[in-house]
Write a new protein. Structure first.
Ligand SMILES: Cc1cc2nc3c(=O)[nH]c(=O)nc-3n(C[C@H](O)[C@H](O)[C@H](O)COP(=O)(O)OP(=O)(O)OC[C@H]3O[C@@H](n4cnc5c(N)ncnc54)[C@H](O)[C@@H]3O)c2cc1C
Length: 626
């Protein structure tokens, strides 16, 4: 959907800032390819046909991945001291060289350009391995190939660009992605970095400053997002954002400082300044003005790396917690036999299994079709996995008790096993913030969730359009909903699975997809165009969709793993996961009907207006005496 088609979202009553943000991101949304399972969910479709039986990696692909993963695992065990990296804030050059020699900087880069040419599934398996060991090393490799130069180049690069840069980055020349600025976090419309064309039009001159660029202090090449001159579209001036490949040894590129964080201590993250940097036109990715599309599409598949790493981290936390819960005796029995700890262990195991299942499902869609539209699938994985893994690492700390809070070095000094839960917790907190915060992921998913409705009924509500256009749209919408809405009340079924308990869960999920679709429709009818302001309401629908996606992935994978009819252990785990997910879904539905949204918004507004000052009194504050 492009801004050239204004009937979808009525921006006429928005503030200028809001309108700019919406129009810019709307313009960057890629035209949807085939509808995935995830996209159908929000319209009441629980169509398992494309994903059932659960897509298992082929023996051949697995074997190719295993060769690399074995070497990577040995390198991590033998040469990557994650606690030392955390302590010193540096990844030793020998480690970076060894990773490069292994091909770890070019896992997905096709062999013809010097990479390993491995599949998305194998790349996600590598992320899992890395995530279970060292957050800083994971971030180095992930920022390089999930958002740095390789991914957008594979997707959008010209043959010349690929030949020039892919072999370099595959060999280990580090790359980065620079979008964020001091005033640009989740909203790229406010970007101030500019690229002006030279008089001959052969190049652009970039000026600006980028914040928090991961790998930026070590990178040889960076994808830089900059504003290029506005274009007139349909008689109106439209902002343009363009993506450039910039080499850091070009004159005018400067690392201003290295940023340090709560975790990921060895992140090579910095503030980068671009002063009159001349970039040849041929270094534009995709096309002038298509920068946000490059960024968003890159992230569509790039976003699968983080959930892969989260699954690895969660498995590691689970392993440590299981061992400790079995051996630590308090109040006469192992702590794992006390119900409060047992419940945590079970939840950790079920959610870890779910996370891995969701990632494998989404990765298999990419492997089946490189151009598959996995926007929603990847966003659901990112949202669900980063939130669930944060809960898992937090639970692991609780299960380890005081030892969870103690550093690995301190544990080692006292002669205890140096499990690094404290490091894992620090390293993983950022996961719900970067590569699209949880709030932004929910907004993104909500936008996609409403898209089919906006396409059918958006014009009806758009006051910017002429009455004749809106009347025609009303007739079209009426025709669509007269068929679609009654179908959401029909019984739903889910076939393609052999185990009876899981079949029941899938039937529940299919019914719930109808209920979800009805809920979204009723909310649209109730709130009209104001629905986009009802964030908490939309977020509940998103949460329900994410749980349905998880239920589908878990049931299909467990059914496949157990051979169907048997009563394998994994079936019990899947059964428990689905029961717990059902409770979360029902809670979200309950809160759609009954909530404190108005009350909380009112309190927040009062606070922002400086009222309720008493709540903050009695502390050493940042503004002097109170
Ligand atoms: C360690 C680290 C590494 C990073 N690496 C990179 C990198 O390599 N390249 C790069 O370009 N950037 C990078 N970033 C930037 C990162 O992607 C941003 O921090 C992220 O986009 C959020 O921006 P912000 O911190 O300015 O938060 P803001 O956008 O200011 O948001 C603050 C809070 O408000 C919420 N919020 C914002 N808008 C809305 C809304 N409309 N509705 C509801 N809630 C909203 C957010 O979810 C968040 O909770 C990195 C950041 C860190 C800390």
């Amino acid at each position: 959907m492009a801004i050239e088609e204004p009937e979808i979202i009525d921006t006429s009553k928005m503030s200028a800032g809001q309108r700019a943000a919406i129009e810019l991101t709307e313009a960057a949304r890629t035209a949807p390819g085939g509808k995935t399972f995830a996209a159908g969910l929000f319209m009441g479709e629980f169509n398992l046909a494309g994903i059932s039986p659960f897509p298992i990696q082929s023996d051949d692909d697995r074997a190719r991945g295993d060769v690399f993963l074995k070497k990577l695992e040995s390198l991590l065990r033998d040469a990557v001291d994650a606690d030392e990296i955390d302590r010193t804030g540096e990844i030793p050059e020998v480690v970076i060289d060894a990773l490069a020699k292994l091909g770890a900087f070019g896992i997905k880069i096709p062999e013809e350009y010097g990479g390993l040419g491995l599949s998305q599934t194998n790349y996600c398996r590598a992320a899992m391995l890395l995530g279970s060991w060292c957050g800083s090393t994971t971030a180095l490799l992930s920022a390089h190939q999930s958002i740095g130069v390789p991914q957008p180049l594979i997707l959008f690069g010209t043959e010349e660009q690929k030949k020039k840069y892919l072999p370099r980055v595959a060999r280990g020349e580090i790359s980065a992605f620079a979008l964020t600025e001091t005033g640009v976090g989740s909203d790229p419309a406010t970007m101030t970095t500019r690229a002006e064309p030279t008089p001959d039009g052969n190049a652009f001159i970039i000026n600006g400053e980028k914040l928090w660029c991961t790998n930026g202090t070590k990178a040889g090449v960076i994808v830089v997002m900059a504003k290029t001159p506005a274009k007139i579209v349909n008689g109106k001036s439209k902002e343009q954002i363009t993506a450039f490949i910039v080499e850091t040894n070009w004159p005018g590129v400067e690392v201003i400082c290295r940023c340090r964080f709560m975790g990921l201590k060895a992140l090579y993250n910095g503030v980068l300044r671009f002063k009159d940097v001349r970039v040849p036109r041929e270094n534009i990715l995709l096309a002038e003005g298509k920068g946000l599309r490059v960024a968003l599409t890159t992230l569509d598949t790039g976003r699968l790396t983080l959930p892969g790493a989260c699954a690895g981290l969660s498995k590691r936390c689970l392993e440590i917690s299981r061992k400790w819960a079995g051996e630590r005796v308090q109040w006469g029995s192992p702590i794992g036999k006390h119900a409060a700890i047992a419940e945590k262990l079970a939840r950790m195991a079920a959610n870890t299994f779910a996370m891995e299942s969701m990632v494998l499902l989404a990765a298999s869609s990419v492997d089946k079709d490189k151009h598959a539209d996995v926007r929603l699938d990847a966003a659901l994985c990112k949202l669900w996995a980063t939130e669930a893994s944060w809960e898992i690492v937090n639970d692991a700390m609780q299960i380890r008790g005081g030892r969870g809070y103690e550093t690995a070095d301190s544990l080692r000094k006292r002669g205890e096993t140096p499990f690094a839960i404290e490091r894992f917790l620090r390293d993983s907190r950022i996961n719900t913030i970067f590569e699209g915060s949880s709030e932004i992921m929910r907004l993104f998913i909500a936008r996609e969730m409403l898209d089919p409705h906006l396409k059918v009924a958006g014009a009806v509500l758009n006051s910017k359009l002429p009455t004749s256009h809106r009347l025609r749209a009303t007739a079209k919408a009426f025709g669509f909903y007269a068929r679609w809405y009654p179908a959401q009340w029909l019984p739903a079924s889910a076939s393609g699975i052999r185990n009876a308990a899981l079949k029941r869960h899938l039937r529940y999920a299919a019914r719930t997809a109808h209920r979800l679709a009805r809920g979204i429709f009723h909310s649209m009818a109730r709130h009209g165009p104001k629905l986009e302001r009802e964030q908490l309401l939309l977020f509940r629908f998103v949460n329900i969709g994410a749980e349905l996606f998880a239920i589908a992935a878990v049931c299909l994978r467990a059914d496949k793993m157990s051979g169907g009819a048997g009563d394998g252990e994994v079936l019990g785990l899947a059964d428990y996961f689905c029961k717990a997910a059902q409770l979360r879904i029902e809670e979200n539905f309950r809160h759609v009907a009954r909530n404190t949204d108005r009350a909380s918004y009112h309190v927040a507004r009062e606070m922002l207006e400086g009222k309720l000052a008493d709540v903050e009194r009695g502390i050493v504050n940042s503004e002097g005496e109170n």
